[in-house]
Design a binder for this molecule. Sequence first.
Ligand SMILES: Nc1ncnc2c1ncn2[C@@H]1O[C@H](COP(=O)(O)OP(=O)(O)OP(=O)(O)O)[C@@H](O)[C@H]1O
Ligand SMILES: [Mg+2]
Length: 262
Amino acid sequence: MTTAVTIPRHGGTGGRTAVAARARQVVKAYGSGETRVVALDSVDVDIARGQFTAIMGPSGSGKSTLMHCLAGLDTVTSGEIFLDETEITRLKDKKLTQLRRDRIGFIFQAFNLLPTLSAIENITLPMDIAGRKPDAEWLRRVVDTVGLSERLKHRPNELSGGQQQRVAVARALAARPEIIFGDEPTGNLDSRAGAEVLGFLRTSVDELSQTIVMVTHDPVAASYADRVLYLADGRIVDEMLRPTAEAVLDRMKDFDARGRTS
Ligand SMILES: Nc1ncnc2c1ncn2[C@@H]1O[C@H](COP(=O)(O)OP(=O)(O)OP(=O)(O)O)[C@@H](O)[C@H]1O
Ligand SMILES: [Mg+2]
C-alpha cells in the first residue's frame, strides 16, 4: 500500500516544482461529539504536475472533501495543503479567493454556466472578473480543441448537455490555471459526450501540459487518467498507474469483496 509517492523532478515544468499540489496529514472532520464524522483521516498525497489524476472510492469515502480541500474550497481541521510552494491552509480569506481565481480551475458536475451569457462570455467570465485579458491565441486553441468554434454565440439553454460541459471545461482551461479540479465532470453526460470531454482533458494534459485532478465513479473515465487514487473511509488505500478500464473495474470488485468480508 502506498500512501505518498515521491515524484522525481523532470524537465518541462516551466520552473515550477514537479508536484503541483500536496496534502500533508490532512484531517477533515465534520460536527463534534457523537455526530463527529472524519471525512479525511491523515491524508498524505502528491499531485504530479502535468499529470491526469483520478480519485475513486465508495460514496462517502471523502473524494469530494479531498478535492475541495486541495482546491482551497474547504478548510481542513488539521494538516497542510500546498499549491506548488504556497501553503494554502495558512491563507486568509482574501488571499485564498485570489489564489483560487488566479491559479485554479474548476469543472463542476452541474456546469455552473450563467444562463444569460453566451458560451464565449461564460468562458472568459473568470478572467473578466479578475480584470485579466485572455490570451487570444490560447483562447482560440482551447475553443478549437473543445470543438465549440461554431457555438460561441449560443447561450447555455441552446446547447446540448455535452456542449455545456465543454464550455465549462473551456472556461476552466482558458485562464491556464496551474491545476484543474473536476468533481465527476462527466457524471451528467451520456457516454459519447463524456468521451469527448475526457478526450479533451487528456489532450490538454498531453499537449498543453495541464495538471488535472478528477473525481469519478466510472472505470472508463478513470482509464483516461495517468494515475488512480483510491479512497476508503477518508484514507488513501491504494493507487494504480496507467490504469485501464478493466483493471480499475477488477480493483473495484476486489474492494467490494473485501468490504463484504471485513
Ligand atoms: N458538510 C458536511 N457536514 C457533515 N458531514 C459531511 C459534510 N460533507 C461531507 N460530510 C461527510 O463526509 C464524508 C465524506 O463525504 P464526501 O462528500 O467527501 O464523499 P464522496 O466520496 O465525495 O461521496 P460521493 O461519491 O457520494 O460523492 C461522508 O460521510 C459525508 O457524509
Ligand atoms: Mg462526492
